[in-house]
Design a protein around this ligand. Structure first.
Ligand SMILES: [Zn+2]
Ligand SMILES: [Zn+2]
Length: 168
């Protein structure tokens, strides 16, 4: 008996999940590298944190749709998380005429998507990509500018090392 683990953690071993909408037992399906839980009755899908990227690729990743530009309003939801049973939050995601309201668990990071919502998220990911590419390019240009005043690269590292050698 170890007895050291007093902290209750999220039960990730909970094998059989129940659909939060109609309480149907969900089927575990494999998409890409991910295992997600699918309700055969309403078509809803539950993703554990990180699985959306693994299942549907980069445009389904939260870094694409979970942003200031997509609204991001969050309010109290009305379903419980299939994984950890906590109350889920409703998050507004909208961009350029596409709008979807997803259920998200603030506790385990799981995402519940009703039928068709993953497609809407990917549409948003598709539409927002040029904007993100531009932001990345701007950030890179900013870095390049810093490089011109000899602040980055070897110069910075040399100064950093210099701080330590002075102490000796
Ligand atoms: Zn269902
Ligand atoms: Zn949860």
């Amino acid at each position: 008996m170890s007895g050291a683990r007093g902290v209750k953690s999220v039960n990730m071993d909970n094998k059989v999940l129940e659909c939060p909408r109609d309480h149907t037992t969900m089927d575990e399906v494999t998409v890409g590298d991910a295992h997600l839980d699918l309700c055969g009755k309403c078509g809803g899908q539950f993703f554990d944190t990180g699985e959306m990227f693994a299942a549907f690729g980069v445009k389904a990743d939260p870094s694409y749709w979970d942003r200031d530009e997509t609204g991001g309003g969050v309010k109290e939801g009305n379903i419980g998380c299939p994984r950890c049973r906590k109350h889920m939050l409703l998050q507004d995601v909208k961009y350029d005429g596409t709008h979807v309201e997803i259920d998200r668990c603030g506790h385990c990071g799981g995402v519940w998507l009703d039928k068709g919502e993953v497609e809407s998220l990917m549409t948003i990911g598709e539409k927002i990509k040029p904007l993100l590419d531009k932001q990345k390019a701007d950030a890179q240009a900013e870095l390049d500018k810093m490089g011109e005043v000899d602040f980055g690269g070897a110069g910075l590292i040399a100064r950093f090392l210099g701080l330590f050698s002075k102490k000796k």
